[in-house]
Design a protein around this ligand. Structure first.
Ligand SMILES: [Zn+2]
Length: 141
């Protein structure tokens, strides 16, 4: 990313930058000929965009891995709480789930899956289902 002083047809030189810490970036560029100064202010998203293009501002690449952020977002199915993936179901638990009436099975499955995910439980077993039922007051599910 370069700035050009239109009047002088001179490439402006990087003058100073500020990274206030909230993700915004302010950079100023100065025309070496007439001394005109322009400033660029970007919001966090734009700062990430700039850095994702590998643009060096003032000889420094702005840190940030926007695509990594997007990948993680996809991997967690849109959850931003850092939990990844869905818990697996043991064969016993699957068998028990298969006895749940079809019309509520999806809902029941989701309740248990959410319960396990919130507690960082990787595999749902009948014991987990019992605990979840008792804790959530879902007797009969
Ligand atoms: Zn100029």
């Amino acid at each position: 990313m370069k700035f050009l002083c239109v009047e002088c047809d001179q490439q402006m030189a990087f003058a100073e930058r500020q990274l206030p810490g909230d993700g915004t970036l302010a950079a100023t560029f100065k025309c070496p000929k007439c001394g005109r100064v322009v400033a660029m202010l970007t919001n966090p998203m734009e700062t990430q965009l700039v850095s994702s293009l590998g643009v060096e501002i003032g000889g420094r690449t702005v840190p940030g891995e926007p695509f990594e952020m997007i990948r993680e977002h996809v991997a967690t199915g849109g959850r931003a709480d850092g939990q990844t993936g869905s818990p697996t179901w043991s064969s016993d638990a699957q068998e028990r789930l298969s006895r749940v009436p079809t019309f509520v099975r999806g809902m029941v499955k989701r309740i248990y899956a959410d319960y396990a995910r919130e507690r960082g439980i990787a595999e749902i077993t009948p014991a987990i289902m019992d605990t979840a039922r008792a804790e959530l007051g879902l007797e009969g599910m």
